[in-house]
Design a protein around this ligand. Structure first.
Ligand SMILES: *Cc1c(COP(=O)(O)O)cnc(C)c1O
Length: 219
């Protein structure tokens, strides 16, 4: 696979579901990829990237930004409150807002720093113990709470359980977003982004299908 293959497949999936070309944003997930692979994708003109750790993002993106100032960096992994300031400094979007304490910290820092990335609330659609995200039953309340804090809510995000049919989870996320008047849907990865687009994804997070298998373990 290559960047071009993936953008072609996204365009096909957009038109297959009657969606405008370019309505889905491709986040190229560059976590634990060697810098030369990331550089190659930058050189092809792609600018939107995803990282799942603040530490790792801080280690590589300030340098890339010097050569490519229009990089659009999305944090897609769990965020500890003590890294929230650094995340706001580094990132253009955060997809993992998942608890009141983090929402309050982001609201306070946004006030103080005079800026805030676009925010997505992560929903634990599979209700998995090991996974971050608000439970589907708590989502409406948490969305209202974030709105009460004046946070720039862009939409919802989910990571379906590996063993289950992802479309069920994408449909659930879309339903929660719709009843709350949110139109951003961050869903779909290398193995299922076409199904996510059919169900309304506005942001797909694709790593290994663009860059190849991750060379280092994630944890
Ligand atoms: C790693 C990761 C991805 C990309 O996964 P691939 O299967 O390599 O496309 C997407 N979303 C999140 C939250 C991730 O951590």
């Amino acid at each position: 696979m290559s960047l071009q293959d993936i953008t072609d497949r996204i365009a096909k999936a957009e038109s297959a579901s009657g969606r405008a070309t370019g309505s889905v944003k491709l986040i190229a997930v560059s976590k634990v990829q060697p810098n030369d692979r990331v550089e190659a994708v930058l050189q092809q003109g792609h600018r939107c990237f995803g990282e799942n750790r603040v530490q790792e993002a801080a280690g590589k993106w300030p340098a890339f930004r010097e050569s490519y100032p229009d990089v659009d960096l999305h944090l897609i992994g769990p965020l500890q409150t003590n890294k929230a300031r650094q995340a706001i400094e580094l990132c253009d979007a955060i997809h993992s807002v998942d608890r009141p304490k983090l929402a309050k910290t982001l609201a306070r820092l946004a006030q103080e720093m005079g800026k805030c990335p676009d925010l997505f609330i992560q929903v634990n659609t599979g209700e998995e113990d090991q996974k971050a995200g608000v439970l589907p039953l708590d989502a409406d309340t948490f969305i209202a709470e974030c709105r009460g804090l004046d946070l720039p809510l862009r939409g919802l995000m989910c990571i379906p359980p590996v063993e289950e049919e992802p479309a069920l989870h994408f449909a659930l996320l879309a339903k929660i977003a719709e009843r709350n008047g949110l139109d951003g849907l961050s869903m779909g990865m290398s193995s299922d982004f076409e199904s996510a687009i059919a169900l309304g994804a506005t942001h797909v997070r694709v790593g290994s299908a663009i860059f190849g298998a991750r060379v280092k373990p994630e944890e």
